[in-house]
Design a protein around this ligand. Structure first.
Ligand code: MLT
Length: 255
């Protein structure tokens, strides 16, 4: 019998000890919008994304980079930041803006979650738009799995929990797994609300805020499944996300 793999889901990103990820493959999720945006930016031709926690630090890092080769983007409270090239709307990361650029990105929760996971054995960036590409990497990597939801200022976010549950659902189908309580909660949530994804992303707190700010299109972009066959991966020195495994993937999303 094959050895069972531990699958843990952290419903918010501040509760685990970073050292506990040392031997794990981690998937970081921030559906609205950071990880969705990162996948869009890399698919559109960015060579790397530097996740930064503080706004001033992001300005400094971008300022020290070669002009014409860097894009500075991000948000606070959902809004674009003064002097930045772009906000955090996935579809604004077009090929024209992104080709050959390094993206310096700072967001409220998503980039903080990525930085907290940086010492894991391996870190992947997950969104609905690259669901199957990430599933494929989880399938072939034998390490314990930690799925880290960025959440919403320390609170659970429905959209992140749904995607975590979709990964748990996939893993239960394709491996022998041992789930923690977070994984069971996320799986249950996905079982109940995963089939009405567009609606769930509209009623969650992040969706309500984005709608109020006029970013309805970002919600629709984040609810699309398997748009990109790309499993972005975190690298170090300096901390950055690169396109990772690119290519045609089997579709694992169950309708
Ligand atoms: C975050 O990092 O919290 C999100 O990306 C927020 C947003 O894009 O509005």
């Amino acid at each position: 019998m094959s050895k069972s793999r531990q699958v843990r889901v952290h419903l918010v990103c501040d509760t685990f000890r970073p050292e506990s990820l040392a031997d794990a493959v981690v998937v970081v999720i921030d559906v609205l919008r950071a990880t969705t945006t990162i996948v869009h930016a890399l698919a559109a031709g960015c060579v790397a994304v530097r996740p930064i926690t503080q706004v001033d630090e992001a300005r400094q890092i971008a300022g020290a980079m070669r002009a014409g080769h860097v894009l500075l983007a991000g948000e606070r409270d959902g809004r674009p930041l003064p002097g930045f090239d772009l906000g955090n709307s996935p579809k604004s990361f077009t090929a024209t803006r992104c080709k050959g650029q390094t993206l310096v990105l700072t967001t409220t929760n998503g980039t903080r979650a990525l930085v907290r996971c940086q010492h894991a054995a391996r870190v992947l960036v997950g969104a609905f738009v690259n669901f199957s590409a990430v599933c494929e990497q989880l399938r072939i990597d034998a390490r314990p799995i930690h799925i880290v939801c960025a959440g919403n200022d320390g609170a659970v976010a429905l959209e992140d929990t749904l995607l975590a549950g979709a990964f748990v659902d996939f893993l239960c189908e394709h491996a022998t797994v041992e789930l923690d309580d977070g994984a069971r909660v996320a799986w249950d949530c996905f079982e109940n609300q995963g089939r009405v994804l567009d609606g769930a992303l509209q009623i969650c707190a992040g969706g309500v805020l984005l709608t109020a700010l006029g970013y309805d299109d970002d919600i629709r972009a984040a609810a699309r499944v398997d748009v990109f066959a790309l499993a972005p991966e975190v690298r170090s020195d300096p901390l950055r996300i690169e396109p990772g495994t690119v290519g045609i993937t089997k579709q694992y999303w169950v309708k």
